[in-house]
Design a protein. Structure first.
Lengths: 478, 289
């Protein structure tokens, strides 16, 4: 029988503080990912920073739900700090992730140093999981096993050891977690796989073993600075695509970036990598590993100074995530879902097009000297952005020859600009419009006029970021 | 609204009791000090600036410790999360800068429980960043062994943000982080960033089970970059036994993902036949499509 260290009175203080604070200081500002299809959260330390909900809409306790933090003394459970994070998240409707059940670090020292038999260790592991499941019934997800590839597991024998699969102890851990956290998404978590294909393949081996048994719901990729600082967007895409191939959801679970330590270096690295992560279809959420300078686990990773001022990367991040208003970091628009003039062929079926359809001007219609003057010659796309700023535009198109490689483009009631010499592409690919748009917050209309009759338009992406779209892009907002 | 008002009274009463809970003074536990000289930055750290020209809030004038203490005390019993957090992020660093001991005394006057846990953690981390020896002396004097362990862990955590070698000394001085994987994990992550530094540190330790554990973690990291060197490390530097066996398997697994033949050649040199067979099986499993 476990006992709790704190008496009822102390629990009462915690409870009242939590509820009282929750009632009085609910966040006034929406988090950057509020209303988006994916979250942006942060690790939380021993207390909830007052500006937490200004930025984040998901909570992962940094240390307080690690076994060694909860049960430093055998059979004495201290959930108080974990409850701070949990209650904070639940009160606000934020996703709460339990981190972590089985890990080869920060486990109770009595587990391996007091002569427990494997059977006794197993009983303790199961009891730990059972009590954790009871304590956090509304946990959205659980990191069942942390760092199975990178961190040796001293008590894996109690969970079946390597066994026939090489990873029996991981499988057993997930089976137990499914039993004790029946309503939570079961995740695995690892570092150092982002830019190391060998480590990634080992990780994928474990993931596929779990997937084959129906035990895993998502993949955690830690994405710490000591890996990301030396990576580029292409490498990140490669890593994410490898995980996406499993068909499982991917979560960036402990993101931090130093960029060499300077404000500009951190900003540049965020601008390079974050859009790739955010816009990847398989990535369903991103958690930063702390954000307040001086309170993160490594110096140089913080984004908000202790006086509340933001480092440039934080300012950019907010604008990037919240600015687009679409499912990703920008606005995605299907061309065929706009107002398509009679001179265009609308809703042409193509299984390789985004949403299976695209538009193209009807053969024989060319307007090379000036833009069409009536709506019959236009495709009009309405969208809105929540923040003013400079926006870039990309189109997914086919421009099969030098005689079929142009459109006329207009934003709102401005003048049409000729976009000619778009690189030739006989299959769908993305091309960036050479100019930018200064958009105010609110509604806008983007208009394409036909110029050459062979150009085909599938999708449009408008973004305040510097990211490059890929594949069929993100979820359209029209 | 009635609920909130009632809560205010209850919180005020309970937390007021909490902050003024008296604790008897206690002599410091005799523990050794740091072997290595503390970097200058640790004596007067710039990591936690007390004021900033870019802050939007009024600058704190850190010349009145009593006022700062009163402000922090008031904030600790406040139901306004912003006020509490402001006190912990603004006034507390200012107090640490002018009179860290009084911040420690404030912790001692706070009733054991969640409020004290949060306050202690913040005090210790700020104090350690600014004056490591001062923070450690205060931690050593803590009466409760469990609290001393937690505070020491906070000191080590703070130092580990930028100086893993000194953090490891802190772990060692307080006898924490052993047998729970923490010490090894600090070294492991150190090796991820600065392999040679971590290796030099571990190899400089006296032969012991802890040293073997540290070397095993470093070898696991090294195996991803230079498996031959990692293989030499685990066979020559780690004492034969369970730790060495696990380390050999970890290196074997890493090596096999990169070059199964080379891994097999190395495994063939292992003297222990059972170890050899198990490692071969590991290679076969890892290298299998």
């Amino acid at each position: 029988m476990k006992t709790n260290r704190f008496a009822c009175g102390r629990w009462l203080v915690t409870f009242i503080l939590t509820i009282g604070i929750g009632l009085i200081s609910m966040p006034a500002a929406a988090q950057m990912a509020a209303g988006k299809s994916k979250f942006v959260g942060s690790a939380m330390g021993s207390s909830a920073p007052s500006n937490f909900a200004t930025y984040w809409n998901q909570v992962t306790p940094e240390n307080s739900t690690k076994w060694g933090s909860v049960e430093g003394t055998r059979n004495v459970m201290n959930w108080s700090q974990a409850r701070v994070a949990y209650d904070y998240a639940v009160a606000r409707g934020f996703k709460f992730k339990f981190h972590t059940l089985v890990w080869g670090s920060q486990y109770p020292n009595w587990l391996t140093s007091t002569g427990l038999t494997q059977a006794q260790q197993r009983a303790e592991i199961e009891e730990w999981m059972r009590l954790a499941g009871q304590q956090f019934p509304q946990a959205w997800a659980v990191d069942v096993v942390n760092e199975p590839v990178k961190t040796p597991m001293p008590f894996k024998a109690a969970l079946g050891g390597d066994g026939a699969t090489g990873w029996d102890w991981v499988i057993t851990s997930f089976q137990l977690a499914r039993q004790y956290f029946p309503n939570a998404r079961l995740l695995i978590n690892e570092y150092g796989t982002e830019n190391d294909s060998n480590a990634r393949n080992q990780y994928l081996t474990i993931i596929n073993l779990l997937k084959a048994r129906g035990l895993i719901d998502g993949i955690g990729v830690q994405a710490h600075y000591f890996n990301l600082d030396s990576m580029n967007a292409s490498q990140m895409t490669t890593a994410l695509n490898a995980y996406a191939a499993t068909g499982l959801d991917v979560y960036i679970s402990e993101l931090d970036i130093t960029g060499g330590g300077s404000d500009s270096g951190q900003l540049a690295k965020y601008q390079d990598l974050f859009p790739v992560i955010w816009n990847h279809n398989s990535v369903k959420g991103i958690t930063l590993w702390g954000y307040i300078v001086g309170q993160t686990w490594r110096s140089g990773t913080g984004l908000v100074n202790s006086n509340g001022t933001e480092r440039p990367a934080m300012t950019w991040l907010k604008g990037f995530v919240s600015g687009g208003g679409g499912g990703g970091g920008g606005v995605w628009l299907e061309a065929e879902r706009g107002t398509v003039g009679a001179t265009w062929n609308d809703n042409i079926a193509d299984s390789t097009a985004s949403s299976g359809q695209y538009v193209t001007v009807k053969p024989g219609n060319n307007s090379t000297a000036s833009a069409p003057t009536t709506a019959a010659g236009w495709v009009q796309l309405s969208f809105s952005v929540t923040q003013s700023g400079t926006y870039r535009m990309w189109i997914r198109r086919k421009t099969p020859s030098a005689n079929d490689d142009s459109f006329w483009v207009r934003m709102d009631n401005g003048a049409f600009a000729m976009w000619n010499n778009i690189p030739v592409a006989t299959s769908w690919s993305w091309a960036q419009y050479p100019s930018t748009f200064n958009l105010s917050a609110g509604s806008h209309t983007l208009t394409f006029g036909y110029r050459e009759d062979g150009a085909q338009l599938d999708k449009v992406y408008i973004t305040s970021g510097t990211d490059t779209p890929s594949g069929t892009g993100g979820t359209p907002s029209n | 609204m009635k609920v909130v008002v009632a809560s205010l009274f209850v919180i005020g009463a309970l937390a007021g009791l909490a902050v003024n809970w008296p604790l008897p003074p206690r002599a410091a536990v005799a523990e050794p000090g740091l072997r290595r000289p503390i970097p200058a930055a640790r004596v007067a750290s710039a990591r936690h600036p007390m004021t900033s020209s870019s802050t939007s809030r009024p600058a704190i004038v850190p010349d009145d410790g009593a006022t700062l203490i009163r402000t922090i005390q008031r904030a600790l019993v406040s139901v306004d999360a912003d006020e509490r957090e402001r006190a912990l992020t603004n006034e507390l660093p200012a107090l640490i800068a002018i009179d860290a001991k009084s911040a420690g005394e404030l912790v001692a006057r706070t009733e054991p429980g969640p409020v004290r846990d949060v306050l202690r953690a913040r005090v210790v981390r700020l104090w350690a960043a600014a004056d490591l020896n001062g923070a450690m002396d205060w931690v050593k004097a803590l009466d409760d062994a469990g609290e001393r362990r937690l505070a020491a862990s906070d000191v080590a955590t703070e130092i580990a943000t930028s100086d893993p070698a000194t953090a490891l000394e802190v772990f060692d001085i307080f006898g924490i982080g052993r047998a729970d994987g923490t010490l090894e994990h600090v070294v492991q992550l150190w090796a991820e960033e600065h392999l040679q530094e971590a290796l030099d540190y571990a190899q400089a330790q006296e032969r012991s089970p802890t040293r073997d554990q540290l070397l095993a973690r470093i070898a696991a990291v090294q195996a991803a970059r230079d498996p031959a060197a990692a293989a030499a490390l685990v066979t020559h530097e780690i004492t034969p036994g369970a730790v060495q066996r696990d380390a050999i398997f970890a290196v074997t697994r890493q090596w096999a993902t990169r070059d199964a033949d080379a891994a097999l050649n190395w495994v063939a040199t292992l003297a222990d036949a059972s170890l050899r067979e198990r490692a071969k099986a590991e290679i076969a499993r890892t290298a299998a499509p």
